[in-house]
Ligand binder design. Structure first.
Ligand SMILES: Nc1ncnc2c1ncn2[C@@H]1O[C@H](COP(=O)(O)OP(=O)(O)OP(=O)(O)O)[C@@H](O)[C@H]1O
Ligand SMILES: [Mg+2]
Length: 449
């Protein structure tokens, strides 16, 4: 068979390639090995693989060529399907709205999808050579420490961190990784995704700011509602100061001043002056915001303070306030001012609920006791109008209010305060009229009274 005849069987598209390859092997450039298509006499196309050698004389001139020819049509078909599904998979991985990557157990990058490269603006080589390159330098030590720990434990890893975009902006990402194991449980690879959560982070931040503003507004409202009480609390010691000062002057007057009595009057002045300034300090604390400051204290003392602060207001509304406090309450570790705020909110709600009651005594009872060895419970009970079933489901929602001038933030803020302390705040209807709001605060070791 002549070379031309041989080429006739080769598929027209492959002819040039095959001719070149034959030429190269004849000239001794390389051995003969090529895949190509042939056209059979019946017109059917087959894929063949040919592999051979050229025999030469002692001068290197080609004598003859021989080789084997295999029909590889089936194999080619399978390879094509595989390549197609691989391409499809790659397309999916490159277009999913997340950055995906594969890491080997020794920490080297095995694969990075196109989205990662697009986001970071790095080349594949750069991204593989230095996986931490897009992280924020300040976060690298913390991230690597956690990453190392989770990898060593073979546990799925989850973290939030900043990643630098091609234009230099850092955005928040959620990183998740899961291990792929063989049958023996050895980790073969880590599969990971990085999801952009910058917008969510911003929304969370805005929400936190709004809540802080609202908390400030409610506190201001609370203090506003207590003006009468506060004035009373401050005026009482001031009145006593004036009385004692007058008495002191009288004791100093005359031919034989009574120094002893005068001294006692002055001591009472000091005491009452201090009391007045304590009240002012307490109001200022109630209005203050900022990061919570945790201290150990007795909830009973806080209750006594708030009862004193609301006393005049309760009197004005003809409500009798009673306290039932267990002796030797363990001390809680909490932000004192925030616990005060919760109590004031609950008491003001109770006073409001008692406003319309005319056919029975208006009673507000505050109880404090130990719930269990490691929890203190405070209950604010009223004989007020109560809460119907529909309302009870929404009480703690922000902006839920049934009052014409209510903001509907009192309970929402109170609950978030108590929960931030690891406690609970809930409501139960009374057997008789009214409801009881109560909260439990955990007692840390060393909370003994
Ligand atoms: N002790 C209570 N008895 C009956 N209903 C109550 C009681 N406490 C709260 N509620 C109901 O729950 C609603 C929400 O209370 P919340 O303290 O969150 O807001 P508010 O008192 O309406 O307004 P503010 O933001 O000024 O506190 C009240 O409007 C009221 O309907
Ligand atoms: Mg309220």
């Amino acid at each position: 068979m002549s070379f031309q005849e041989f080429l006739k069987w080769v598929h027209p598209e492959d002819r040039e390639r095959v001719a070149l390859s034959v030429k190269e092997s004849v000239s001794g450039l390389r051995d003969y090995a090529i895949d190509y298509m042939i056209v059979r006499a019946d017109g059917g196309e087959r894929f063949v693989h040919i592999e051979g050698e050229v025999l030469r004389d002692e001068l290197g001139r080609p004598l003859r060529a021989f080789g084997i020819l295999q029909d590889i049509t089936e194999r080619k078909g399978a390879e094509n399907t595989l390549r197609q599904s691989e391409n499809q998979l790659r397309l999916v991985i490159d277009t999913i709205p997340a950055m995906a990557w594969i890491l080997l157990p020794d920490g080297t990058m095995d694969f990075i999808n196109q989205r990662w490269l697009d986001y970071t603006g790095l080349s594949l080589e750069e991204a593989i050579k230095e996986p931490t390159r897009s992280m924020h330098p300040a976060e690298i030590p913390r991230v690597m420490e956690k990453w190392g720990r989770d990898m060593a434990a073979g546990e799925p890893y989850e973290d939030e961190m900043h990643l630098r975009r091609a234009d230099g902006e850092y955005r928040w990402f959620l990183i998740r990784t899961v291990p792929l194991r063989d049958e023996q449980g050895n980790i073969l690879k880590w599969y990971g995704t990085s999801t952009d959560i910058e917008d969510r982070k911003r929304a969370e931040e805005a929400l936190r700011e709004t809540q802080a503003v609202l908390a400030r507004v409610t506190r201001a409202t609370v203090v506003g509602e207590l003006t009468a009480s506060i004035a009373h609390e401050v005026n009482q010691p001031l009145g006593a100061v004036v009385t004692n000062a007058a008495a002191g002057l009288r004791w100093l007057d005359g031919k034989r001043p009574n120094l002893n009595e005068a001294r006692q009057a002055l001591q009472r002045i000091v005491r009452d002056g201090n009391r007045a300034s304590e009240v002012v300090a307490r109001i200022r604390a109630l209005l203050k915001d900022g990061t919570p400051i945790k201290t150990q204290f007795n909830v009973g003392e806080v209750i006594a303070e708030i009862v004193a602060l609301t006393e005049a207001e309760a009197q004005r509304r003809q409500v009798s306030v009673q306290t039932r406090m267990e002796s030797n309450l363990p001390r809680v570790t909490a932000d004192r001012v925030q616990v005060q705020q919760v109590l004031v909110n609950l008491m003001l709600n109770a006073l409001d609920a008692l406003e319309e009651v005319i056919d029975r005594p208006r009673i507000l009872t505050i109880r404090a006791g130990t719930d269990s060895p490691n929890s203190v419970r405070v209950a604010v009970q009223d004989t007020g109008i109560g809460v119907d079933h529909e309302q009870s489901k929404r009480l703690f929602q922000a902006f839920f209010t049934t009052k014409p001038n209510g903001l509907g933030m009192g309970l929402a803020i109170s609950r978030s305060i108590i929960e931030a302390h690891g406690g609970r705040l809930w409501m139960t209807p009374n057997d008789g009229p009214g409801v009881t709001f109560q909260f439990a605060l955990p007692v840390q070791n060393g909370g003994a009274a």
